[in-house]
Write a new protein. Sequence first.
Lengths: 253, 255
Amino acid sequence: MASLTTLRNSLRAPVSLHPFLLQNSTPRALYHSYEHDLPPPYRNPEAAILSSALAHVPNHGFTTIALTLGARETGYLDISSNLFPKGAFELVKYHLVTQRLGLKNRLQFPDEGRLGVGRKVRSLILSRLQANVETGVVGRWQEALALMSLAENIPASLRELSALSDEIWFLAGDVSVDSSWYTKRASLAAVYAAAEVYQTTDTSTGFRDTEAFLDRRLEEVRTIGGAVGGTVEWAGFQAGAVVNLMRSKGLRI
Amino acid sequence: MAFVLPRAAVVPSLPLKARLTPLAFQLQARSRNVSARRTIISSAASPATEPEPERLHKPQPSRRKPLSAEQKKYLDKALRVNQAGELAATLIYTAQMPPINKAYPHLRPLMKHMYDQEAGHFKKFNELLAKHRIRPTAMYPLWQAAATFLGWSTAAMGREAAMACTEAVETEIGEHYNGQVRELLTWMTDMENRGEEVGEELRLLIEDIRRIRDEELEHLDHAVQNDAKEANPYELLTGVIRTGCRGAIWVSEKV
């Protein structure tokens, strides 16, 4: 009952105050503490409406109709879809956030450590793509991609993509914290985005073609990464060799 | 029944979005204020005047209350800057060692000792960053190049200049760690006063940063003992290096 009152109070406040009162935006990832879990990203009424709306997406797509049906089913008035100023994009974002946070529960690796980080990354990406299939959203995902590409939604979508990329690398056990931290996350985000778009056009059994597509992209990343890394290493060796040569000639450097 | 207002009659004096209610204005100003305050402050005060809570050396029960967003932001920035600082320190020593060891073989054990301690600090902060999912500074390759150049150029200027460089960098880093330790100890005393538990994570973090701060100040003493003050453009050199360090710390906090 308390949640209904706060919901009603927030809806009664002027529209300009909604961003401050309905803070369901995922905060930027900061110091991750192992002593406490992060608070849930959505408050109870919103989470209830969005999760039941998601069940209507296969039939009605990512639209305000799905939101209204979700509100109706959870026992709220149809007008409660006004809680979501960005409309259907909020439904897309809810799916992205819940799937990202649920990834660690979907796939766990045994502690033996036989799998390399690369293979773990591949498994995590495939698991996340499988989640699109399991929630029944993959048939309507092109609508979601269109919504995410709208100018007003691009910052939030990119933030979610980079958060997913960071989550996948963390779960795969990556511990590097030099400049490769950025390049790894950027390349993984690009690969995942490409695979997700490809998945929406894939008609093969069990999405085998998506898996093959992903393998080709990961192979490309490995090749290019190896080539760039090798070139940088070569340049470093050349510079060191020049300095050592001059030292051997007696130059006091 | 519909009537249309002539367009000329409805001209808002300000863009509509700028017209906030007083309450909305207050909330917006409060959220802006919080992010604008400078988070990390260095302290030149001597470590001897720091509070020494007895809780610091005993294992603590786990916290019931999670860290606030402000505290997490502080730790995020602090650890990022610390990792960047240790990266720079290891690269400075790596660049200084070949010319210095060749010209002054008796300094070899001292340089090796200081380098080993810096390498240990760097490893520790790398582990902390990876464990707590903190992003490293985006200026990483730039700091790599700058630190290597700094170490190489001061070594080329001579032993005293190399020691003066070490003294300048260690003074800045020492003050920086002092500020952090004081801030974290203030948190600890606040928690004690409120009757909250401190938790092992925070306690071990404070102990680690204190130990690292002590070792950095030890390097400072070694540098001064080895004629850092005899360097020829002493004021200019240390002034430039200290300003550069402060700028690098400020940038690493943000980026």
